[in-house]
Design a protein around this ligand. Sequence first.
Ligand SMILES: [Zn+2]
Length: 337
Amino acid sequence: MIKPDLLLHPTPSGLYCPLGDFFVDPVRSVGRALVTHGHSDHARAGHGHVLATRETLDIMAIRYGEDFCGTSQRAVFGETVWINGVAVRFHPAGHVLGSAQIEIEAQGTRIVVSGDYKRGADPTCASFEPVPCDVFITEATFGLPVFHHPEPRLEIQKLLTSLQQFPERSHLIGAYALGKAQRVISLIRRGGYDKPIYIHGSMARLCDYYCEQGVDLGELRPATAENKKSGSLRGAVVIGPPSAFNDRWARRFEDPLAIFASGWMMVRQRAKQRGVELPLVISDHCDWPELLDTIREVGPQEVWVTHGREEALVRWCELSGIKARPLHLVGYEDEGD
Ligand SMILES: [Zn+2]
């Protein structure tokens, strides 16, 4: 068994495996990158070679163009890929479509990089699978005991109730373009809402891609100025990226009801700052109890925390008799939430 540090360690470009000569989710362009999922802080353009799931490669091509890297290779869940004598396997992470944890093994030492992940059910992607390992590398976006995410179904019920109470107002939902938007649409459909849902133009290709991959989003229409003139946006559900809410696009709606779907909506101050009338606490990351349950389930000897609120989780591990350290990785911005 080799020391975990020799198998993987943090560098300014990201986590690096010297034996295999590859990086995981590098934040700068590198020769060989393994990418956990398509969020822009993890999946960047310009690498020489990228190994990722088919869905992540497709999503990168949609976002950056077909020439987003030199060459690429598809990783299939559970199958071993050998890189310079290092065994690499991808496993589902339950975060967004195509998201993966990456298991790295050499000379008897096994490390799992979980990327971003969540444990709650999500009809738009494969569920997280716990993988036994020596070192479990986790994020800690919501790594404080105050974070408990409610049932997403109950959050969506608040939206459906509001639509009945305010039938004249456009219900404008801010949701990140990859993953969150499609999950929210899917949850709305499961809540029994079958009218057309209007989407911001920047989301069309990713929503189309989810549909092609068999995720049922119902009827989607572009939220255009013509729709406004015809009055069809009155009382409608409209979804756009949070950034669109500050620009001209948002001004086309009359008397809009501002909604934001994010794990951060747990924090009342954040909702208030953004002028959100109806905060929906829907997260694609683990809350505090899920982080702890996952560490117990995976049963590692050591936990490394990449980013987020690292200190509380490191402290909890130590109190539970698990060696732990913060990695203080920079460049990851919780885009998916
Ligand atoms: Zn993410």
